[in-house]
Design a protein around this ligand. Sequence first.
Ligand code: DX5
Ligand code: ZN
Length: 217
Amino acid sequence: MNILAPSILSIDFNNMGRDIGRLLESGIEYIHVDVMDGMFVPNISFGPPVIKCVREAAGDAKLDVHLMIEEPIRYIDTFKKCGADMLTVHAEAAVHLDRTVNAIREAGMRPAVAINPATSIHVLDDILPLLDMVLIMTVNPGYGGQELIPYTLDKVRALKKEIDSRGLSTDIEVDGGVTADNISDVVDAGANVIVAGSAVFKGGNIEENVKELKAKI
Ligand code: DX5
Ligand code: ZN
């Protein structure tokens, strides 16, 4: 089953509770939450108090929390307390990636690892069986509204092949630059969890945008 995961980085923060309600009404099951620290990525987004509000508004939807922060192991319990269901850390940001992934699982969340466009999927060769999901970044992380980098879909294809050849059921998530025009290509490449920020919230037409994107996956 393919899942659309709207990124609330592009939500109208003055009406966040209302617009999360609109996502739920549109049949959304995952909400993607982008945490940026101004170190691992140049931008700063939001932290635990805001995520607690998202959790309160999100009903039965799963919170898919994407940490773009240095040494995320420091904050695993914090994000568990905020209500994260899935916690994604960047391979490039964690010195002890195996320890970090295990700590996420021990805290009771589903662990995932993200890799930047320029990072090879082979950094995950040894820990792939430990992961519930791999996030292939299709833009350089830090900002919404960028264009998808085409070669990243080759990485999705290669990872899908690797997962299948090992008989694993690891989810493949993509994040960045997904639009109604390219979402079918992303799914064809092998991704099954699709993040979209600006494409979901553009023009404030959440219901129409979600319907169009969902129809294509
Ligand atoms: C980028 C974030 C994304 C971002 C996607 O660093 O991880 O989740 O919100 O936004 P769009 O879909 O607009 O590229
Ligand atoms: Zn993200």
